[in-house]
Design a protein around this ligand. Structure first.
Ligand SMILES: C[S@@+](CC[C@H](N)C(=O)[O-])C[C@H]1O[C@@H](n2cnc3c(N)ncnc32)[C@H](O)[C@@H]1O
Length: 245
């Protein structure tokens, strides 16, 4: 997959895309990240890309021409790709969208700064994407988030693809709690069922914890999950055991 990132700060991506799981995916050619410094498209001797807002108010706004000219050039550099503007007004980023984006062979991410984009730039985006209901200083961390989450969907990026499938949100439910050695730490014991080697019981226990955590911590997510007959049975057992306590 090729990811083009349009930004004023290409240098801040270096460490993130050089190290660890993402770094290996880049080195192994699973993901090709191409940075574009859009100041190169700025106006005049100072390569200006921003100006004060019409109507007054604080901060600076990205001017239309430099960014749109850059986006149009980047679009033409390779195969067709959706241009995604990173903005707090965009659709909320979630695991379903991660899976959808991973289907593309190429995506283009556009990072804002300052007070954001002149509204007329928005027409150049195929859609806008928000990583959450809060405001960052720039779109770069949002772009890193998108690349990180999407690259995990590309087979080979994460050593064990089973772990990706079992992670929170992949199939809707949150992950079950995990434990490692020692079996007792500061008086807290690892549940006995995880230590007895009975895989049927371990799977049932883990599923029950996933159901419990999701229903308690994220009732909104739980409401959207399709429960299998066995899930319904396990969930009923949880309800019965809590009402008998
Ligand atoms: C300081 S913000 C601009 C905020 C804008 N004035 C507003 O209130 O909607 C600068 C840039 O950071 C990026 N950004 C901030 N929050 C974001 C979020 N939740 N998701 C994606 N990008 C975000 C966008 O690219 C935005 O143009």
């Amino acid at each position: 997959m090729r990811v083009d990132i349009i930004t004023l700060l290409p240098q801040i991506f270096e460490k993130v895309f050089d190290e660890s799981v993402l770094g290996s995916a880049v080195k192994n050619g699973l993901i090709d990240i191409v940075m574009h410094q859009f100041r190169d498209y700025g106006d005049g001797r100072h390569k200006t890309v921003d100006d004060t807002p019409f109507g007054g108010g604080p901060g600076m706004v990205f001017k239309p021409s430099p960014l749109v000219n850059c986006i149009r050039d980047v679009r033409k550099m390779s195969i067709p790709a959706p241009v995604i503007g990173l903005t707090p007004q965009g659709v909320s980023f979630n695991q379903d969208l991660v899976k959808e984006l991973a289907q593309f062979d190429r995506i283009i991410l556009v990072c804002g700064r300052y007070e954001g984009f002149d509204e007329r730039i928005i027409h150049e985006f195929d859609f806008q994407l928000s990583i959450g209901d809060y405001v960052l200083t720039g779109g770069e961390i949002a772009a890193m988030t998108v690349v990180d989450a999407v690259s995990r969907m590309i087979p080979g990026t994460v050593g064990c693809q089973d772990s990706v499938i079992q992670d929170s949100f992949y199939e809707g439910m949150l992950d079950h709690p995990q434990y490692t050695r020692p079996s007792i730490w500061e008086g807290l014991e690892v549940p006995e069922v995880l230590q007895n080697g009975n895989h049927a019981l371990i799977n049932k226990y883990r599923r029950s914890r996933s159901l419990l955590t999701t229903s308690v911590s994220r009732p909104d997510v739980f409401a959207t999950c399709d429960l299998s007959d066995s899930d319904k049975e396990i969930f009923q057992e949880l309800i019965d055991s809590s009402s008998s306590e």
